[in-house]
Design a protein around this ligand. Structure first.
Ligand SMILES: [Zn+2]
Ligand SMILES: [Zn+2]
Length: 276
């Protein structure tokens, strides 16, 4: 039993960092640079956690940032919690405003990602992902036995649920706190940050999506940032974009002024309509 729990935890951290470091901070936001070998090292555990192809994941995530908490956001809880949780996954093809050929040109240059994307056929891409994920566990079973295979399967399946939960919980203002004023509903949620290896500091992330670091306060544990920092020290990654609290506070103040101006303008317009 202890062996199973230990294996589960190792696989869990490997897959969760695959999503956080590989799919999210590297592929979706290019928050640091590295060799192809290091890139594939982190993208592989992301793919093996049932999360879909790297191009699909990154394209949807970039759309989330571009249209955050508007009707064009693929998964904003403003337009239904169940839709934001799993409903948006039912789409059989890309929505008209989401197109990898326009929004993920950089990733389409990679022949492996292009192959896993199945030429934009979402159903085929998801089916291939499922088959490869199961085949990986069958191979583990054949080589190391059922304890390793089952620990890997359960860890991968558990990690699948974390970004789905994050999309909802970290965009509901009552469930967390904000460090910075942003134009969206994003909040920091400590327990999501622990489960998602630092991704729960979501308000910090929306304040500076291009940063490889999401935990900004000393209490905001960001294990993926620790890993990226260690890789930087070892010379495995370079040009690491690290947000500074001071700069985010300045940006936050600008957003606050813009919001006040917007509210003032709206009140003036309403007053004009009433008096007119
Ligand atoms: Zn978000
Ligand atoms: Zn992001």
């Amino acid at each position: 039993m202890i062996e199973f729990v230990a294996l589960f935890l190792v696989f869990y951290v490997w897959h969760a960092m695959g999503i956080t470091i590989g799919y999210h901070r590297l592929l979706s936001h290019r928050s640091f640079f590295c060799s192809k070998a290091v890139e594939y090292f982190w993208v592989l555990p992301g793919y093996l956690s049932f999360e879909g192809s790297p191009i699909w994941w990154s394209t949807m995530h970039r759309a989330h940032h571009r249209h955050v908490d508007t009707p064009l956001d693929p998964h904003s809880p403003r337009y239904g919690v169940m839709h934001a949780l799993t409903g948006w996954l039912e789409a059989k093809e890309y929505l008209p405003h989401i197109d990898p050929k326009l929004q993920a040109k950089d990733l389409l240059k990679d022949p492996i990602y292009r192959f896993l994307e199945c030429n934009g056929n979402l159903m085929a891409g998801h089916a291939m992902m499922f088959v490869i994920n199961i085949a990986f566990r069958v191979a583990l079973f054949a080589m190391f036995g059922w304890v390793v295979a089952l620990a890997s399967l359960l860890a991968g399946a558990s990690v699948l649920g974390i970004p789905l939960l994050l999309n909802v919980v970290c965009h509901m203002t009552d469930l967390g706190y904000k460090n910075y004023d942003t134009t969206d509903d994003s909040v920091n949620v400590w327990w999501v940050a622990l489960l998602a290896q630092g991704e729960g500091w979501h308000n910090n992330h929306h304040a500076c999506p291009g940063s490889a670091r999401s935990g900004m306060r000393p209490s905001e544990i960001d294990t993926s940032w620790w890993m990226i920092s260690a890789m930087r020290k070892l010379g495995l990654v370079y040009n690491v974009n690290e947000a500074k609290h001071y700069n985010l506070m300045r940006r936050s103040a600008v957003v606050r002024v813009m919001r006040r101006k917007k509210i003032k303008q709206r009140l003036q317009n309403e007053l004009l309509q009433v008096s007119g």
